[in-house]
Structure formats: structure tokens, C-alpha cells
Design a binder for this molecule. Structure first.
Ligand code: DGT
Ligand code: CA
Ligand code: CA
Ligand code: ZN
Length: 560
């Protein structure tokens, strides 16, 4: 995704928030937010094209964006930043805390940060304040805790684009990311970068515009806090020990401990510099050589969690995990008929450019009322898809829908309508707080619906924003396996849903999976790489993943 787009969109989003905070017209707030989303999702770099080409960007917004591209801000944004106290802005980051309450808390009680709000609530200082009942206060406290949690780790989408930015900014002979990011964890504590480079790279690194603060500066390692708040560690390593360093700093620590024990048993030593017998180097230049010398299969980074992979690799029994190249299509995507920002034609063209054999369009169904879907619109879309099909002889277009699972487990349309779709994803979009047994029954009922093929983003969590729903997943997965309902791995990086531990559990119950992008814009199609990371962490093979299958096998699964 183009950097300029992300930054410009973030500025416009901030402007929308400040505009709302200062009592700005709600309609204009919405149009700024929509334009920000559209800019972030626009496939071309807006610093190289006319920003007016982005849907939803009119003259007034275009002017602001042009000024932003020139000097990193715009007049109206500067103006509002000056008018809204920093303390109020910090407070509105607390989930469920609206602008009016934020201003009241700041003006009347001097509360100027989420931490101060947490203390005030805990100390009972806000008890009895008008408009803040016990339930509201409890929710606010939960919001403060969530915010603190999310401040510590970021989701993989944020970390990955930061790592790519850092790597592109450095002059090195060789550069790569290691750590939890290379292991494709869904959240990342800090980004670890390794480089083969002259010493001057450290100075070059410290001078980058994304560096907010230098935490530790040395010849071999420099740690900085970036403007996004995420820490980056840069380590310079000798070219001869590249493989050993990558192995060591990729971790996990637990995996490394297990590997080192194998070396020790052979009378060898394994460090970040290599595998040694006394002074003699046995292997150091590549990870492959190190694993081979230890008498084990190469372990792909996402599997390095000391979850049985060491034993399996020693026995030659490590399965071959699914790869991004294995995916033949995408089974959960949106268009501008509902909340996507690109047209059907543009999404399909982008999917075709990715070389898919099949591609499903699954816009929202009517019960998500704000999307204003109707049966007529869905049927008209089906006709458009049928017409488009002739332009794509190599790719089968599937007309699908993303249904809403009601509290009782039913979905939007009756059987005779559902029968007309090629694929039905069904997801929970409301009533997230149902008790465990009711939520479990809700999912099982959805699985038992013969037209529901895939349960979309099953836990509905949003990393740092919304907790997963509570359900007896063993019972849900048993039902999914029994009814032939796939569980989705939603690749959108703030979702990563199912998470890998639940994928592993579901696989144990015999469930199949669909690795989908849940795209709402063209660049989102590429998010599938994160879903593949989740699948690899759970040891899935192509046999487990329905959208690696040839079309005929997939269709037999969808409509047996
Ligand atoms: P994170 O940053 O919390 O998401 O997780 P990691 O795994 O990236 O952890 P980090 O950044 O502390 O260290 C990166 C890798 O370096 C870690 O996975 C294994 C290796 N490493 C770091 N410190 C040690 C250590 O004291 N012992 C061993 N065996 N390995 C270490
Ligand atoms: Ca790390
Ligand atoms: Ca680190
Ligand atoms: Zn959804």
C-alpha cells in the first residue's frame, strides 16, 4: 500500500475526528471519514496521481490532501489541532468515550489522559456524576484497560508495513526482518531487523524521519521508538553468520532452547554466530545448513513455537504447510454495493490480475441494516456478474453473500433465496455479549443450516478494540466438522480470525478452512498473506484449506 496514501488518510481521519469533537456537521464528518477510507484503499500512489481520481474526494478534500502532500499537514487540521486540547484528544481514544463526555471530564474534573480516567474511576471520584452511571463507568474502565493493552503490542499489519518501510530506508548489502514478525504472530511486541552493512548504517537509521526517539545506540544494535509508537531493533551481523543470526533472532526463544539442546547433545555449540564444534564452524551461512547439520528438517518460521515441531522435524514428519502460492481464490470480498469502496468490475479485474481460478463476491445481506441491501440489489448484482464472466474465461466468478447470524442462529434469507447463491459466508455482526451457551447454540444452528458454507471471522475480535465472543469452541468445531461447514481464517490483520490456536483446535476436530481477505478495497486482496501465516502457525496443509482446491473439488464441498 502506498505510504503517501496511508499518511494522507490518517491526517484526514484525524481531521474528521477533530471536526466531530468541535461540533462539526455529522454529514461532513461522514464524508471525510469515507474519503479517508477511500484514499487508504486506493490502489495507486496519490502523490503520483491526481487525488481527485479517488472516489468520494471532491474539490475541497483534494485541496487539503494536496497541501498535506506538500508539507505534511493542512491549514484546517492545524487550526483544529490548536483548538482541541491535547488532553481531550487523548481521552477520546478510550473506546465508548464520546467527545461531549471527554470535554466534560477535562473541563470539570481535570482528567486529561486515559490513565487519569482509570485512576479517577477506580478511586470513586466519578461516582454519582450526572450521565455516568455505574454501568457506564465500568465500560469506560474496560475501555481504558483495552487501550493500555493495545498500546503494548500492535497487529501484524502495522508491524509489517513499518518493517518494510525501515528495510527500504536503509543502505545494506542484506536486510531482513526476524522475531515474531517473521514467525507471523498476529500481534508484535517490537520489530527486529537484521542487516549486513557498514557501521554507518546506524547513523543512517537514527536519522530517519520515522524515528521519534533513540532508546539505545551501539555499533551492533540500535533500538528506536518510531513515530507510530512501535519499537524497532536494528542489528548488524557478519555476512558469514547471516543464517545463524536469522535463526537466533527469529526465535521463538522456546524453539531456540530446544534446538540448542540438540546441538549440546552432539557436543556442539549453537549461537547467533553459528553452529560450532570447538572452534570449527559446522554451519552458519544459512538456516537450511544449520537445521540440516542438526539432523532435522528445515522448520518454517511460523512453526517455531516449541509446539511439537522440533520432535516432528527430527523424525522427518513435519508436514508441508500451505503457502500463499497454493491459494486459488478468495471466498469473502465486498464491493461498493455495500461497504466496499471499489466497484465490482474493479475488484474482479484486480482478482484476475492476482491469477485466481475463482473469486467470490460476498456483499452484506439485508439484516445489517445500515448497508441497505435488498434482494433486488443482490439479484441485479448476480446479473452483472454473469455478464462479466465472459470477459474472464480463466477465472470462475462466484456470486455469494455474507449473511448475518441472528441471536437464534438463523440468517437473513429463506432457503429458496439462499439456494441461488454459489457460496454463503455467515458471520456474527451483533449481540457480541451473549452468554457462552447461547452463543455456542447460535453458531451450531448456523453450521446446521445446509446453505451456510463458511463461518466468517468466527470470534469477531478486533485486536485492541473488541474482545472475542465467548463460545464453547470444541462444541462449535465438532458441529462444523459434522455439517461440512468451513471455518474462516479472516486475513484482515486487525482481525486474524480465527486465531492460530483455535485453528489448531478446529483442525483437530476435522474442520476445513477458507483463507479469505474480507477485502473492502483492492489493496486488501493482498492481506491473504497474513491469513496464510495464521494457517502455517497452525500447521495447516493444502488439504485443510478449501480455497487451495481445484474448482470442482471446491464446488463439491460447497454444494454436495
Ligand atoms: P515480540 O517482540 O514480543 O513480539 O516477540 P519476539 O519473539 O520478536 O521477541 P524479541 O523481540 O524479544 O526477540 C527476538 C528473538 O530473539 C526471540 O524470538 C528469540 C531471540 N532472543 C532474544 N533474546 C533472547 C534470549 O535471551 N535467549 C534466546 N534464546 N533467544 C533470544
Ligand atoms: Ca520482536
Ligand atoms: Ca526485539
Ligand atoms: Zn463481516
Amino acid at each position: 500500500m502506498a505510504r503517501a496514501n496511508e499518511e494522507a488518510a490518517a491526517a484526514l481521519q484525524e481531521y474528521a475526528e477533530l471536526f466531530a469533537l468541535t461540533g462539526g456537521d455529522a454529514f461532513r464528518v461522514r464524508s471525510y471519514q469515507k474519503a479517508a477510507k477511500a484514499i487508504a484503499g486506493f490502489p495507486e500512489d496519490i502523490s503520483a496521481t491526481d487525488v481527485r481520481a479517488v472516489p468520494g474526494v471532491g474539490e475541497a478534500i483534494a485541496k487539503k490532501m494536496e497541501e498535506f502532500l506538500q508539507r505534511g499537514s493542512f491549514r484546517q487540521l492545524d487550526d483544529l489541532r490548536g483548538r482541541v486540547p491535547e488532553g481531550v484528544r487523548r481521552l477520546t481514544r478510550v473506546p465508548t468515550l464520546g467527545p461531549k463526555t471527554a470535554i466534560m471530564l477535562f473541563d470539570d474534573y481535570g482528567i486529561d489522559s486515559p490513565a487519569a480516567l482509570g485512576e479517577a474511576i477506580t478511586a470513586g471520584r466519578l461516582d454519582g456524576v450526572k450521565g455516568l452511571g455505574p454501568k457506564t463507568l465500568a465500560n469506560l474502565l474496560k475501555g481504558v484497560e483495552q487501550l493500555e493493552q493495545s498500546g503494548r503490542r500492535v497487529h501484524i499489519g502495522v508491524a509489517m508495513s513499518l518493517a518494510e518501510q525501515v528495510m527500504a530506508s536503509l543502505s545494506a548489502e542484506r536486510v531482513a526482518y526476524a522475531g515474531s514478525l517473521r514467525r507471523m504472530k498476529d500481534t508484535i511486541g517490537d520489530v527486529d531487523i537484521l542487516a549486513v552493512a557498514p557501521e554507518s548504517i546506524m547513523e543512517e537509521f537514527r536519522a530517519q524521519p520515522y524515528v521519534a526517539e533513540v532508546i539505545a545506540a551501539g555499533d551492533k544494535k540500535t533500538s528506536v521508538r518510531t513515530t507510530s509508537g512501535v519499537q524497532v531493533d536494528l542489528r548488524v551481523v557478519p555476512a558469514a553468520s547471516w543464517g545463524a543470526a536469522m535463526q537466533y533472532f527469529t526465535g521463538s526463544k522456546e524453539h531456540n532452547v530446544a534446538i540448542r539442546e540438540i546441538a549440546v547433545k552432539k557436543g556442539w555449540k549453537l549461537s547467533e554466530y553459528g553452529l560450532f564444534e570447538g572452534e570449527r564452524v559446522i554451519a552458519s551461512e544459512s538456516e537450511e545448513e544449520i537445521y540440516a547439520a542438526l539432523g532435522m528438517q528445515y522448520v518454517p518460521p511460523p512453526m517455531r513455537e516449541d509446539g511439537g515441531e522440533v520432535r516432528a522435524a527430527l523424525r522427518g514428519e513435519l508436514p508441508e504447510p500451505v503457502r500463499l502460492d497454493d491459494l486459488r481464490g478468495d471466498l469473502h470480498t465486498h464491493t461498493d454495493l455495500t461497504d466496499g469502496i471499489a466497484s465490482l468490475e474493479d475488484m474482479v479485474a484486480a482478482a484476475s490480475a492476482r491469477g485466481y481460478s475463482y473469486y467470490a463476491v460476498t456483499d452484506h445481506a439485508p439484516d445489517l441494516t445500515m448497508q441497505r441491501m435488498t434482494l433486488d440489489k443482490a439479484l441485479a448484482q448476480r446479473e452483472r456478474i454473469a455478464k462479466l464472466q465472459s470477459s474472464y474465461p480463466g477465472m470462475r466468478l462466484l456470486h455469494g453473500t455474507e449473511l448475518n447470524i441472528a441471536p437464534d442462529g438463523s440468517v437473513d434469507w429463506p432457503a429458496e433465496v439462499l439456494r441461488g447463491f454459489d457460496v454463503c459466508v455467515a458471520s456474527v455482526h451483533s449481540h457480541f455479549g451473549m452468554p457462552r451457551d447461547e452463543m455456542t447454540r447460535r453458531f451450531i444452528t448456523a453450521c446446521e443450516n445446509p446453505y451456510v458454507d463458511i463461518i466468517g471471522h468466527p470470534t469477531t475480535r478486533k485486536i485492541g478494540k473488541r474482545e472475542p465472543v465467548d463460545a464453547d469452541w470444541d462444541a462449535v468445531f465438532r458441529a462444523a466438522a459434522r455439517t461440512g461447514t468451513a471455518m474462516e481464517i479472516d486475513s484482515y490483520p486487525d482481525r486474524s480470525d480465527l486465531p492460530s490456536d483455535l485453528v489448531r483446535l478446529a483442525k483437530h476436530h476435522g474442520v476445513r478452512f477458507s483463507i479469505d481477505s474480507d477485502s473492502h478495497a483492492i489493496p486488501h486482496l493482498a492481506h491473504q498473506r497474513f491469513g496464510v501465516g495464521v494457517a502455517q502457525r497452525a500447521w495447516l496443509t493444502t488439504d485443510d484449506v478449501i480455497n487451495t482446491w481445484p474448482l470442482e473439488r471446491l464446488q463439491a464441498f460447497l454444494r454436495p
